[in-house]
Design a binder for this molecule. Structure first.
Ligand code: ADP
Ligand code: MG
Length: 730
């Protein structure tokens, strides 16, 4: 059969697992072998150069040109010893992806060939990067931006197609000093959090001099066979299926979750894990997810900036390795309608240089008190800035999760579990203004530490639906989309907690100055926060209609679409948080707002074009062919004397098909008109809104007719692989 779908199915069915050249070694033998980490630096750098890099990592001290020259020499020697021939400045532009431009170490000097790498090449580069988004900061005709070495993130070697390249993590800035990447504001937010958190820690423990935020990213994804993906132009171009009737069997049997991993997939997982380990990405878990063909992996948590680098690298590695296995990774938030979408849970906490997790309930009253302080302040920060968190997770893809009947909803709320809710109620009730009696002192002796594990277990089912859940020793931000660069959410979260901790310290210090004891002052400020944060705390089912109604009463926003959610980025409050913490300037915030709007608009625009094209060139032609067959058959039957009564249903089917076909053609026309109108709008926010509310509604309408046709048109005429084939092929 010449149908392209059948050929793709045949190819996919005949595939064997690709057994990669996996190392027999233990992971610990090759873990981080391609990373210029401390061990390698000690080996390849002079004492002074090593110290300079460590000072830069630990205290943000600048590295001077001379020292950078020494680091460059050591780094080049290490890279050459590993077989690297090229180097690149590796950065995270606002496309949300990673970028690199390779240069060779190889040079010819006085007719002699040699490998060379200078301080200048290490420290700064000027990528010809005029087409990276800048939100109007950098007009293309003055396209000047540069990448600058970020010594806080270790250099690494990327192996690709047999070649090896030294990758130097960098930040990306314009010549006028504005940041053009995702990394710079994140680093600044982390610095702000460090400073604010250390000051609060000092109330409890004078030994704390540094606090770093920690992050463990759970990454969900789907896998589809390459041949099938290539026969679905929608999947290939937009990352999601724009058409497709739900299969008879979807995820209702829930037989995929934690089930045995198919062999081809297993080979792929082992392969990308090995590549990840070499780059020092500490992957720990892998399993099937709830939906068919959906999987998840998660690393051991790390410092936020390293974890973000590792997650972006991981997405890149997964994509590349999957192709070797003739599979394609779908990182889109909602590749299949009616099947669970994919998220990227951000497990977040804060840790001190004395080794204490600030969100882990302590064993002693002192550490318990410290836990309570950071716990309540985090909740308060979310209560104050829920809208900004909503903005940070907004994207065209994530709208299909947040705006639809799926986890988690667009309403930001916090889950803390019944036990901690009771603890907070106790604090709220019992702390009296101005005094601290025996009973209040007792509060701090609560045995929180030993109780939490059981209680969190009890609550896991409930808290699955929460966008921001406390899970025993960390908060889990569940609303982040699977394809996102988590630096946007992490920049926001760390900034708002920094702002909140500064505010907390100010209030506590004022009470102390007024004569309160330190403990009483802290408790009474916490008490106040507990009361005012109640509206953001929710322990029930976040998917229910009751919650939407209740949230409305509480004054919590429920913004379902991206262009509107992005407004919160440029609210007065957001600008204050970002500028106060020196994370982004007002100009940079507006530029980012513009970039995100444009990204959204373009994604919807591309989907609109694809829908029109596929409907008109795949679906309508298949339906018309079947219509013709049926019409001819009816005619022949009539002339052969088949009774009118026996042909009734066939004629109805013919009518039904014709109606769908003409509806599709009409709707595609109308959608094209709506797009033309939207394209005429200059103002980016208005344009994005037009795409969202005037163009996008056609998608579902057109799809409905197409999906109905899928159920009646002869299978051998249908050219797009069906859901059951995309999802259940092993
Ligand atoms: P679950 O599967 O219940 O969500 P896990 O224990 O598997 O929980 O943890 C999920 C992720 O949370 C992992 O990446 C883990 O490393 C990370 N994590 C654990 N503790 C912390 C912490 N203190 N800070 C940040 N992330 C953490
Ligand atoms: Mg989890």
């Amino acid at each position: 059969m010449s149908n392209i779908r059948f050929r793709a199915l045949e190819t996919a069915l005949n595939r064997q697992p690709v057994n990669a050249n996996l190392s027999e070694e233990k992971v610990s033998d090759y873990f981080a072998q391609n990373v210029f980490n401390q061990d390698q630096m000690l080996k390849y750098l002079s004492k002074d150069a090593f110290r300079a890099v460590m000072d830069a990592i630990n205290h943000g001290v600048k590295i001077d040109r001379k020292m950078a020259g020494q680091v460059a020499i050591g780094m080049k020697e290490w890279a050459n010893s590993k077989g690297a021939t090229h180097y690149t400045h590796w950065f995270q532009p606002l496309t949300g992806l990673t970028a690199e431009k390779h240069d060779s170490f190889f040079e010819v000097s006085d007719g002699k060939a040699l490998e060379h790498f200078s301080a200048g090449a290490l420290v700064q580069q000027e990528p010809d990067a005029s087409s990276f988004p800048s939100g109007g900061i950098r007009n293309t005709f003055e396209a000047r931006g540069y990448t600058a070495w970020d010594p806080s993130s270790p250099a690494f070697i990327m192996e690709r197609g047999g070649g090896k390249t030294l990758c130097i993590p960098t930040i990306f800035v314009s010549y006028t000093g504005e940041t053009l990447d995702n990394k710079t504001p994140l680093l600044k937010a982390l610095t702000a959090l460090d400073k604010a958190a250390v000051e609060v820690c000092q109330y409890f423990d004078k030994d704390v001099t540094k606090v770093h935020a920690t992050l463990g990213v759970e990454q969900e994804y789907f896998l589809v066979d390459t041949a099938l993906l290539n026969t679905r132009p929608d999947l290939a171009i937009t990352g999601r299926t724009l058409f497709g009737h739900a299969p008879a069997k979807g995820q209702q049997l829930e037989d995929h979750y934690f089930g045995s991993i198919p062999e081809r997939v297993y080979a792929f997982m082992r392969d990308f894990e090995t590549e990840s380990y070499k780059l020092g990405i500490p992957l720990r878990t892998r399993h099937n997810e709830v939906a068919p063909a959906q999987f998840e992996c998660a690393p051991i948590f790390e410092e936020v900036s390293v974890a973000v680098d590792h997650n972006t690298l991981l997405m890149d590695i997964m994509d590349r390795v999957a192709r070797r296995h003739k599979l394609r990774v779908l990182l889109h938030e909602k590749p299949f309608a009616g099947i669970n979408g994919s998220g990227k849970h951000n497990n977040w906490s804060m840790a001190t240089d004395t080794g204490k997790n600030l969100l882990s309930p302590g064993r002693t009253p002192k550490t318990n008190f410290m836990f309570l302080t950071f716990f309540v302040n985090t909740i308060k920060a979310v209560e104050e800035n829920a809208d900004l968190i909503r903005a940070s997770i907004a994207s065209a893809g994530n709208d299909f999760r947040l705006g639809a009947n799926e986890a988690p909803p667009a309403i930001i709320s916090v889950f803390i579990g019944s036990y901690l809710s009771d603890v907070l109620s106790e604090v709220e009730k019992r702390v009296k203004k101005g005094t601290m009696d025996e009973q209040d002192q007792q509060l701090l002796k609560l045995d929180i530490h030993n109780k939490i594990p059981d209680l969190m277990l009890d609550n896991t089912d409930r808290n699955r639906t929460s966008p921001f859940a406390f899970t025993g020793n960390k908060f889990e931000v569940r609303a982040v989309g699977s394809s996102a660069n988590c630096s946007s959410t992490m920049t926001v979260l760390n900034s708002i907690v920094a702002t909140q901790l500064k505010e907390f310290k100010k209030e506590v210090d004022a009470l102390i100055a007024g004569g309160e004891t330190k403990d009483t002052a802290i408790l009474s400020v916490l008490q106040k926060y507990i009361t005012s944060s109640k509206r953001i705390c929710f322990e029930g089912n976040n998917y229910s209609d009751e919650w939407a109604a209740e949230a409305k009463k509480r004054g919590l926003n429920n913004v379902k679409t991206t262009p509107e959610a992005l407004d919160f980025y440029v609210s007065k409050k957001a600008i204050k948080v970002f500028t106060e913490n020196n994370v982004l300037s007002e100009k940079e915030i507006h530029a980012r707002h513009e970039i995100e709007l444009e990204k959204y608009m373009k994604k919807v625009q591309i989907e609109g074009r694809m829908i029109g094209e596929i409907a008109m060139t795949h679906i309508v032609p298949a339906a018309v062919r079947y219509q013709q067959e049926l019409a001819q058959s009816i005619q022949l039957s009539e002339s052969a004397g088949v009774k009118e009564k026996s042909l009734k249903q066939q004629k109805e089917l013919l009518n039904e098909m014709s109606e769908h076909i003409s509806s599709i053609i009409r709707l595609v026309d109308e959608m094209t008109e709506a797009r033309k109108k939207a394209n005429e709008i200059e103002h980016m926010r208005e344009k994005a809104i037009a795409y969202c509310h005037k163009v996008k509604p056609f998608f579902d309408e057109i799809r409905e007719h197409c999906d109905k046709l899928e159920l009646v048109v002869s299978d051998d005429l249908w050219s797009l692989p069906k859901y059951r084939e995309l999802l259940f092929l092993r």
